[in-house]
Design a protein around this ligand. Structure first.
Ligand code: ADP
Ligand code: MG
Length: 324
């Protein structure tokens, strides 16, 4: 069957049949709006991310399943950065009329696979035809107790600046894709990032973080966001940046440029009081995640970059900006 024969409502039906409702969903797909039962005492955290063909993804590079997983992952990453437990999501899609049903099915399979992995329920959305490319917009909802929500604004002078995982991989993966490479670790980090939901929730619920953000725009840009909202500066030791072997091999000429400004790694960048770093390291170890201290929060408003040896490092680019 083709998308045209299935039609808008046939497609929505096809999507709805894949959803397993949860007790918190009083009304899911099918009515004019979904009705949800929040966990008493919690705040609802809500976030939205749009993925546009030609801007955020290239259909020559990605398979539909990975695109589906990534569309949800980038939203779950924002919830993770707040320390929120992800609960539900809405999916709005604009599909070019020429798109195959096979592609849509693959895309939905990717979305549903990631939804099941992270225990989130699809509760609604919107479906329309696009006269341009494929457009995907997901809105995700999560919950957390008010006092445990991790904001960008809580970093204090003397806190350590820390990271989960490794950085620069996704940007190096994009460069590799542009050169014709189609698989491998770096490409996987670009096309199929895994949001650090368990880590974000655990760090927040253990009361360890003073501020947290997910690395979507690059370490330098995202640390700058924390500094601006916290009214502080930071000193970043480039020698402490966690880099994968694959990244080091691909970026041997300048190992810092992409790690600082590349973005899309969806690791967590967080600040903790000095005395709590061992506890954070232990906690991340139980999740099989690397923990690195990359700097310190200082007075002022600038992010200083210190290369190994103690000299100042001047980056070419300070972060990703859609209009920059
Ligand atoms: P309306 O015209 O009242 O906005 P729609 O016909 O757009 O309603 O949607 C009907 C139902 O299907 C709604 O519950 C809506 O949330 C759901 N829905 C539409 N598109 C999607 C989608 N892509 N994914 C999940 N649910 C969807
Ligand atoms: Mg609608």
């Amino acid at each position: 069957m083709r998308l045209k024969e299935l039609g808008e409502f046939g497609l929505i039906d096809r999507i709805a049949r894949q959803v397993h409702n949860s007790p918190a969903v009083v009304l899911g797909i099918g009515d004019d709006a979904a009705a949800l039962l929040p966990t008493p005492g919690t705040l609802t955290l809500i976030t939205s991310d749009m993925l546009l063909e030609g801007v955020h993804f290239d259909l020559n590079f990605c398979d539909p399943q990975s695109l589906g997983r990534k569309s949800l992952s980038v939203n779950l990453s924002d919830l993770a950065a707040m320390g929120a437990r992800p609960r539900q999501f809405l999916l709005s899609i604009a599909l070019p009329k020429t798109i195959s049903l096979e592609f849509v099915d693959g895309f939905m399979a990717g979305i549903m696979e990631q939804a099941e992995r992270f225990g989130v329920t699809l509760v609604g959305g919107d479906t329309c035809a696009s006269l341009g490319g494929l457009a995907i917009s997901i809105t995700a909802l999560g919950e957390q107790l008010p006092e445990l929500v991790a904001k960008r604004s809580g970093a204090a002078v003397g806190d350590l600046v820390c990271l989960t995982g490794t950085v620069g991989d996704a940007a190096a993966g994009l460069n590799a894709l542009r050169k014709g490479v189609r698989q491998g670790f770096l490409v996987g980090r670009q096309l199929d990032p895994q949001p650090r939901v368990a880590a974000g929730v655990a760090l927040a619920e253990a009361g360890l973080v003073s501020a947290m953000i997910d690395v979507s725009d690059g370490v330098l840009g995202d640390l700058t966001h924390i500094c601006e909202l916290s009214g502080v500066g930071a000193r970043l030791e480039l020698g402490g940046l966690p880099l994968s072997d694959e990244y080091r091999a691909a970026c041997s000429a300048d190992p810092y440029a992409l790690a600082l400004s590349g973005g899309e790694d969806y690791e967590l960048l967080f600040c903790i009081a000095k005395g709590k770093s061992l506890e954070a390291e232990k906690l991340l170890k139980t999740l099989s995640l690397r923990f690195s201290v990359i700097g310190e929060i200082i007075e002022g408003s600038a992010v200083q970059l210190i290369a190994p040896g103690g000299t100042a490092y001047q980056p070419e680019q300070r972060g990703f900006d859609h209009f920059g």
